[in-house]
Design a protein around this ligand. Structure first.
Ligand code: GLP
Length: 249
C-alpha cells in the first residue's frame, strides 16, 4: 500500500538543477492560476530559483501581473532599506526585476510598532488573498523552517520569536559581525505554513543532509520543525544529491 501522505522527493544533480526544478514547480502553479498566491522564502538556497524566475519573466515566458506574494519572515528592527532585511533581499532578487505589482508583495514589517496586532493582520491578509497556493521553504541547519526554531508548535501562527544561537551564528555570514544579527524575528507559524495548498522545500549541500534525513525519515517531532510538515498532503522536497545523501533511498 502506498502512503497517500508520503512526500514527493526530487533529487537533482546539483544546486543549479534543483533551482531549475523548483522554478518549474512555481512556473506550473503560475500557469495554472494567473492570480496565484505564492509564499516565498529567503536565504542562500532560493537565490537560483529567483534568478530562473526573473529570466523566464524577462523572456516573456512568465507573467507576474496577477500574482500575490507573502514572505515567511523578517528580522525585527530591520527596515526595507537595510541591506540584510528580507524585504531588501526580495526586492533585489525578484520583485524589482519582474512585472509584479508592489502592492501585491507582502513581507512582514520588521519595524512594526504593535507587533501583536501586526501579526494578526498579516494572517488576515493571507486569508483575504484566498490562502497560499504554493509555499516555498528552505531549511536551517537545525531544521528550522522560516524562523520556526526547534520547539515550535505544529499549530503555531505568525508571531515574534527569539532566534537561537545556532541560527544567529549561521546567518551571521550575511552581517559584518554576529553582534549585528537581530535577536528576534517575525515569522509565519508552522500552522500558517501547513495551511498552504502545496509546500515545496528546497535544500542543497552536504551540510543539510542530516537535517533533511531527520525531516523526511525521522519522527514527527518539534525538535526538528521541518518534520512537522510530514502530514501535509502536497509536500515536495527538491534536493540536490549532496542534501539527499543521507536518505535510505
Ligand atoms: C534563514 C531563513 C530561512 C531559511 C534559512 C536557511 O534563517 N529564515 O527561511 O530557510 O535561513 O538559509 P540558507 O538557504 O541560506 O541555508
Amino acid at each position: 500500500m502506498t502512503d497517500s501522505t508520503a512526500p514527493t522527493i526530487v533529487v537533482s544533480a546539483g544546486p543549479d538543477e534543483a533551482a531549475c526544478c523548483t522554478a518549474d514547480l512555481i512556473t506550473e502553479s503560475m500557469r495554472e492560476n494567473h492570480a496565484a498566491v505564492l509564499g516565498l522564502a529567503t536565504g542562500g538556497t532560493p537565490v537560483g530559483v529567483y534568478r530562473q524566475l526573473v529570466e523566464r519573466c524577462r523572456s516573456g515566458k512568465l507573467d507576474f501581473s496577477g500574482v500575490t506574494t507573502f514572505n515567511l519572515d523578517e528580522y525585527v528592527g530591520l527596515g526595507p532599506e537595510h541591506s540584510q532585511s528580507y524585504r531588501y533581499f526580495m526586492q533585489q532578487q525578484l520583485f524589482d526585476h519582474v512585472n509584479i505589482l508592489a502592492s501585491n508583495t507582502h513581507v512582514p514589517d520588521g519595524r512594526a510598532t504593535d507587533i501583536e496586532s501586526y501579526v494578526v493582520e498579516y494572517e488576515r491578509q493571507i486569508r483575504q488573498a484566498g490562502g497560499i497556493d504554493l509555499q516555498l521553504l528552505g531549511i536551517g541547519n537545525n531544521g528550522h523552517i522560516a524562523f520556526n526554531e526547534p520547539g515550535s508548535a505544529i499549530d503555531s501562527r505568525t508571531r515574534m520569536v527569539a532566534l537561537t544561537e545556532n541560527t544567529i551564528d549561521a546567518n551571521s555570514r550575511f552581517f559584518e559581525s554576529a553582534d549585528l544579527v537581530p535577536r528576534s524575528a517575525i515569522t509565519m507559524g508552522i500552522g500558517t505554513i501547513l495551511e498552504s495548498r502545496r509546500i515545496v522545500l528546497m535544500a542543497t549541500g552536504k551540510a543539510k543532509a542530516a537535517v533533511i534525513k531527520a525531516a523526511i525519515e525521522g519522527p514527527i517531532d518539534p525538535v526538528n520543525p521541518a518534520s512537522l510538515l510530514q502530514q501535509h498532503p502536497q509536500l515536495t522536497f527538491v534536493l540536490d544529491q549532496a542534501a539527499a545523501s543521507g536518505l535510505n533511498v
